[in-house]
Design a binder for this molecule. Structure first.
Ligand code: ADP
Ligand code: MG
Length: 310
């Protein structure tokens, strides 16, 4: 039985609340609701990563959420750059035809002759022909552009269509410590390919708008891939992004996400700051653009958590 007027507000069903409907609370509102839950949460101790004397085989991690604008691309770039700062060899895979990851690293993907599309669809193209170096030492990029959207359609008729990306990445896994795949905002065949190629999934969730139904669909997809295609796949962690602890709304959403995911949530929370959109224009990660900013520190802490979890 649902109420036709406000189905979203039924407890346990969904908690979609558009940000505009929320008011910020004033300092005098007092009470426990004024406590910033992200700051109040007891964090597990961070461990400084050990230097490596050899590299590989890579742990492959997809950053996945079928909703756009939740921080997938930003987190892929900055987690990757932070892992590279810790001496890890990192490959970032742009697996969104929009090419935002490539652009965020200063690459103009429409000018490229070879991209992930050629790697997936053309047997005679090897991954080494497509890989690019980035401005970050130890971090490479497999770029994409709009051509990749055609692959989604063309792959449907291929044998083992879900394993195409895994097969393409296999030759270089020995050279990297982490491969991070920036997924497109859908649960279509490209994303299934990313999940099939992965050991872990990071789910970025913006602390603006939390849809339990959306998250349920995503978790269901991860479960299905795990059961049918890739038994090693596991949830690496849920990452709260664009958090603003000054607003009641931000804190409410954070608490709901914490209720749903508990220990599966990374302790690190990425705050909302204009420095991230700036980095896109600069074409470099926040760790080099604003190395001492809170955003850079947060992604370094996330990298430490990721290293400790794997
Ligand atoms: P997705 O890849 O999930 O679509 P993006 O990483 O591209 O999301 O982020 C969407 C937009 O939000 C981009 O303009 C990005 O610069 C911005 N953004 C990402 N993270 C933050 C943050 N923590 N604070 C403020 N803006 C952010
Ligand atoms: Mg993106």
């Amino acid at each position: 039985m649902t109420s036709p007027s406000t189905p979203e507000s039924l407890p346990g069903l969904d908690v979609d609340v558009p940000a505009e409907q929320e008011s910020t609370d004033s300092p005098e509102s007092g009470g426990t609701r004024s406590v910033d839950p992200a700051k109040a949460r007891v964090r597990r101790p961070l461990v400084e990563p050990r230097p490596l004397d050899r590299h590989g085989p890579a742990r492959v991690v997809s950053l996945c959420n079928q909703k756009g604008g939740v921080g997938k691309t930003t987190s892929t770039i900055n987690l990757g750059a932070a892992l590279a700062e810790f001496g890890r060899r990192v490959l970032l895979v742009d697996f969104d035809p929009q090419g935002a990851l490539s652009v965020g690293l200063g690459v103009q993907p429409h000018t490229l002759e070879l991209t992930s599309y050629n790697l997936l669809m053309e047997r005679d193209v090897g991954i080494d022909e497509v890989l690019l170096k980035t401005g970050v030492a130890g971090m490479d990029l497999l770029p994409s552009n709009i051509d990749l959207s055609a692959a989604e359609v063309q792959l449907v008729n291929e044998v083992a269509r879900e394993q195409t990306l895994a097969r393409a990445l296999a030759p270089v896994l020995g050279e990297y410590d982490y491969v991070l795949i920036d997924c497109q905002p859908s649960l279509g065949l490209l994303t299934i390919n990313a999940l099939t190629a992965s050991d872990g999934v990071v789910i970025p969730l913006e602390c603006e708008f939390f849809s339990l139904r959306g998250v349920a669909l995503l978790m269901d997809t991860i479960d299905k891939v795990q059961q049918r295609l890739n038994p090693k796949l596991r949830l690496e962690g849920v990452l709260a992004t664009m958090y603003d602890g000054r607003t009641l709304h931000g804190r409410d959403v954070y608490n709901r996400v914490l209720e749903r995911f508990g220990d599966d949530m990374f302790d690190t929370v990425i705050g909302r700051t204009v420095r991230f959109p700036e980095t896109t224009v600069a074409g470099e990660p926040i760790t080099s653009w604003a190395p001492t900013s809170n955003g850079a520190i947060a992604y370094r802490e996330l990298a430490m958590e990721v290293l400790a979890r794997s």
